[in-house]
Write a new protein. Structure first.
Length: 439
């Protein structure tokens, strides 16, 4: 099979991101390996959202285990299935529940990162609103009706929800700005939808609405947005929240409890079917979930809903229908395929430019297993970074032999490994199976 050349923009983005320990925003299909069962489960969730249902998943994994990368892959699949996605990392000034603007900050960040298939890099909120207006104009022309009447009709369902009446008024204000070339009015409408108004007084003066998106309406506003994107012609909304461990790190017990109560509300709505065309993916570490003192398990109602399937535990298998999905470690074969993919990307997809042969990949992984132990299966981030660092040295110093570099990769105290690793090229089939779910 003739390999396709990888564009410099994609190649550089992948290499630079992985070397700095972050997930690349583009080109992830070139390096995706393993976790096919987990992807199948999430693909099923995406189809459920498209069919009018809802989904809730906690994606649990150690630091560096690939949670963020996994969430990015699922997000790419959702975009291909015509979902709108929003994503953000939690931080000290961004959380799900607050009283000093942190929840509003999180909502603003989500809206800035709103993406569609045509605009996968974010900032797609304006284009979604424009698409809604375009659809309303088409319907008005077909019915020989006023556009404002069609907008009212399409947004009638939103008016029944918390904050829905003013949400609909803001969309109508955008339409007026669109109709009369009032860019200022359109900009104000987008500001309101992005939760960038901090006072009701300013919102009333600019848009004649009495409410704003605030800390108290964080989740209700996401439900409104999920219904709105449906009216704009999309299949639903997928909310992707990473770094949930920041809630675990909150010093205030009351603040943690309030955030966990909000998670419980979202979980209940999704499991009971109260939410429509809406899904939540929450990425966190094991202690965020399992710690009985500060984690989700410290909140009894959440522990009972998120507890592992005891039958699956006893049988030594994974229940992929559970709300809490623990990412399995990569197998030695999958890590081998990952290194092959990285070598391919580094060479821009040109086989003749490979810097190292297959034997170098095997020697490198044997070195990792001996010096790091089985941790490198669970947290491949450092292994990936080290491998790319080695390729960079070889690229800049063609006279250096890969075998010499691997020998010099020593640590102060080598740790013997009982892992007997064998690599089989036929395991490439595992990664090819994922093509059905990737870009």
């Amino acid at each position: 099979m003739v390999s396709k050349r990888i564009r410099s923009k994609e190649r550089d983005a992948i290499i630079q991101s992985l070397k700095s320990g972050v997930t690349p925003k583009i080109g992830i299909q070139h390096i995706q390996v393993g976790r096919s069962k987990e992807l199948e489960a999430l693909y099923s969730d995406i189809e459920k959202i498209c069919d009018g249902g809802s989904a809730f998943r906690l994606i649990i994994g150690e630091y560096g285990s690939g949670k963020t990368f996994f969430l990015s892959v699922v997000r790419s699949i959702a975009l291909e299935k015509k979902l709108v996605t929003v994503n953000a990392d939690l931080s000290p000034d961004r959380r799900i529940h607050a009283s000093a603007g942190q929840a509003r900050n999180l909502y603003s960040e989500l809206m800035r990162n709103l993406s569609t298939r045509n605009k996968p890099d974010g900032n797609a909120l304006t284009s979604v609103v424009e698409k809604f207006i375009t659809e309303a104009v088409k319907e008005a022309d077909a019915k020989q009706d006023k556009v404002s009447n069609v907008i009212h009709s399409r947004l009638a369902l939103l008016s029944e929800l918390v904050g829905g009446y003013d949400f609909a008024k803001v969309i109508e204000a955008y339409w007026r700005g669109h109709e009369y070339d009032d860019e200022h009015l359109k900009a104000n409408a987008i500001r309101w939808l992005r939760a960038e108004y901090s006072t009701k007084t300013d919102a009333r003066k600019d848009l004649d609405v009495r409410t704003i998106i605030s800390d108290a309406t964080f989740y209700d506003s996401l439900k409104l947005m999920s219904l709105f994107v449906r009216q704009a012609g999309y299949e639903g909304l997928l909310v992707n929240l990473d770094e949930m461990v920041n809630l675990y790190k909150l010093n205030s017990t009351q603040a943690r409890t309030s955030n966990y109560e909000q998670i419980l509300r979202i979980l209940n709505d999704c499991l009971q079917g109260s939410a429509e065309h809406l899904g939540f993916l929450l990425g966190g570490t094991p202690e965020f979930l399992l710690d009985p003192r500060k984690g989700l398990y410290s909140y009894e109602a959440l522990q009972s809903r998120l507890a592992e399937n005891t039958f699956a535990q006893k049988a030594g298998v994974i229940d992929y229908s559970s709300p809490a999905l623990h990412l399995a470690s990569l197998t030695p074969e999958e890590l081998y395929i990952l290194l092959k993919n990285l070598r391919h990307v580094y060479a821009s997809g040109e086989v003749e430019k490979y810097l190292v042969p297959d034997d170098a990949l095997k020697s490198f992984l044997h070195h990792c297993s001996q010096t790091i132990g089985d941790a490198y299966f669970r947290t491949p981030r450092n292994t990936i970074k080290a491998f790319l660092d080695m390729l960079a040295v070889m690229d800049q110093n063609p006279n250096i032999q890969w075998s010499d570099l691997v020998k010099k990769l020593t640590v102060e105290e080598e740790k013997p490994s009982d892992l007997d690793i064998e690599f089989h090229d036929e395991s490439d089939a595992k990664s090819e199976d994922l093509a059905n779910f990737s870009l």
